[in-house]
Design a protein. Structure first.
Ligand SMILES: [Zn+2]
Length: 158
């Protein structure tokens, strides 16, 4: 049994069924670009995003995963996950999936930016106002926090 969070489990379920909204699907619908935004080399397929992209392989190497795990010659994301599950211990596979989930979140941040939400309340907890804004280009949690504080202060001044 894998010990992982529900978010990671749902992500893996979608990944294994190759139903994540990857760039090649978005492009097929007439939107966006098919080219990977991180390496500008491959088409944004699941296999590219999670196995073949240079950004991904570097991260997996840093996570302690060998080339034999990363560069398997499977042709589907399910086969790759299945083969990887068979070659790692349960604990290592859970770590591997957690890294993939983090890579997915980072890709989404890179591609879509982040949103900031602020709620202003009085001392009794009553909601006085709020805002939500898209903040493209923020790629670090510290910058997201700083942007949220700035938005909070702007709301307080209004
Ligand atoms: Zn790439």
């Amino acid at each position: 049994m894998l010990h992982t969070s529900p978010k990671v489990s749902i992500f893996v379920l979608c990944l294994g069924h190759d139903c994540l909204l990857i760039g090649s699907r978005v492009f097929a619908a007439g939107l966006g670009s098919e080219v990977c935004p991180l390496c500008s080399l491959g088409a944004k397929t699941s296999l590219h995003a999670f196995r073949d992209c240079s950004d991904t392989t570097e991260t997996l190497h840093l996570g302690g995963f060998s080339v034999s795990v990363i560069a398997s010659c499977t042709t589907s994301i399910f086969d790759w996950l299945f083969k990887t599950a068979g070659s790692l211990s349960g604990e290592d596979f859970a770590k591997f999936l957690l890294i993939l989930w983090n890579l997915w979140n980072r890709r989404n941040l890179w591609s879509h930016g982040v949103g900031i939400g602020v709620v202003a309340r009085d001392s009794s907890g009553r909601i006085l106002g709020g805002l939500a804004q898209h903040s493209p280009g923020l790629d670090s949690p510290i910058f997201v926090e700083a942007a949220a504080v700035r938005a909070d202060l702007q709301l307080a001044c209004e």
